[in-house]
Ligand binder design. Structure first.
Ligand code: PBG
Length: 328
């Protein structure tokens, strides 16, 4: 025989054919938009290292949430940037603190039309920038932090959050938050555990996004990039502690972990395409070195293909618009 027996190219020959056989597709409901709100901002404040992303005002956040609902996105994940910070992150517990107020406002805006999620972590609220409170020696105090997380979780549930996203990587955090929620009657508030969260250089631009004061690093609580089975342990513990969903973060440098977790977890799995992943593509595209739109689509598709059921991405609304206009 003089011809190849198999010609996989037959199924690639037209856009229509490729569409027919695509194994992974993007859908707006699988996208979660992370959004920042800055206390006291009169105008949205651009984030220099994340072109196109802003620190919202109360009004611009409501508009972004309304658009996200309109586009049929899966959810919005809220981060607060408070005007004042202290050693224990008091503003996180204040029902009138920037994040709790934003949850209330966004919930009032979108009702049940969009899942409202909130970051449950102290780093935006502490003057030292760590995700927990510190001991006299300056170490992050796991168990003292847990007590604050529990109260923060109840405050966020009271404000109306549908889903809490504990992202501080303290041992036992899911359990204390779940217990506190149950104790306060918030049986229906779900927990999306940042189960496998790695200490990553790619969080860099996020520090700008929340005006972080951090000096040093988070290596005593976030995971080491070298480790794989430890991620499975973290996920197993969070599930045992009552997580309703789990997340892998960052996404693109950890696609093997996304696949591992998707294979072992019997709950929905999310992955967070973080600030540095966003910044890299935006920067290269701004130089004309890569095709912006194709790179965005490919990157998010790869995270879905790796096994994430949903993706947190700063491009969620833009992708949603492309899908809505039918150009994707
Ligand atoms: C902690 C938190 C961080 C991010 C989300 N939640 C920062 C960190 O752990 O250092 C990073 C998100 C991103 O980089 O896009 N509250």
């Amino acid at each position: 025989m003089s011809f190849p027996l198999h010609r996989p190219r037959r199924l690639r020959r037209s856009a229509a054919m490729r569409r027919l056989v695509a194994e992974t597709r993007l859908h707006p409901a699988e996208l979660i938009l992370p959004a920042f709100i800055k206390e006291g901002a009169a105008e949205p404040v651009p984030i220099a290292s994340m072109p196109g992303v802003v620190q919202h005002t109360a009004d611009s956040l409501k508009a972004a949430a309304a658009e996200a609902a309109e586009l049929g996105l899966g959810g919005i994940m809220l981060f607060g940037v408070p005007a004042t910070r202290d050693a224990v992150g008091s503003a996180a517990l204040d029902p009138d603190g920037v994040l709790n107020r934003a949850i209330r406002d966004v919930k009032a805006e979108v009702g049940d039309g969009l899942v409202v999620m909130s970051d449950l972590c102290l780093d935006e609220f502490t003057d030292h920038g760590h995700c927990g409170v510190l001991t006299a020696e300056g170490a992050v105090d796991n168990d003292a932090t847990l007590e604050i997380y529990a109260r923060m979780g109840v405050a966020q549930a009271e404000a109306g959050a549908d889903v809490l996203g504990p992202s501080g990587m303290m041992d036992g955090q899911v359990r204390v938050i779940r217990e506190a929620l149950e104790g306060a009657g918030h049986h229906e508030t779900a927990i999306l555990a940042y189960a496998a969260k790695y200490s990553s250089a790619f969080y860099g631009p996020f520090r700008d996004a929340v005006d972080s004061q951090l000096t040093g690093d988070r290596k005593t609580y976030q995971m080491d990039a070298a480790n794989r089975s430890e991620a499975l342990l973290e996920v197993a513990l969070d599930l045992e502690e009552g997580a309703d969903m789990v997340m892998v973060k960052p996404a693109m440098s950890y696609l093997d972990i996304v696949r591992d977790v998707a294979d072992m977890a019997d709950v929905p799995v999310s992955a967070y395409q973080i600030s540095g992943e966003y910044a890299m593509i935006e920067a290269a595209a701004a130089h004309g070195w890569i095709d912006r739109r194709a790179s965005i689509v490919e990157s998010v598709l790869s995270i879905r293909r790796a096994g994430a059921g949903s993706v947190l991405t700063y491009w969620a609304a833009e992708l949603g618009r492309w899908m809505k206009e039918g150009s994707l």
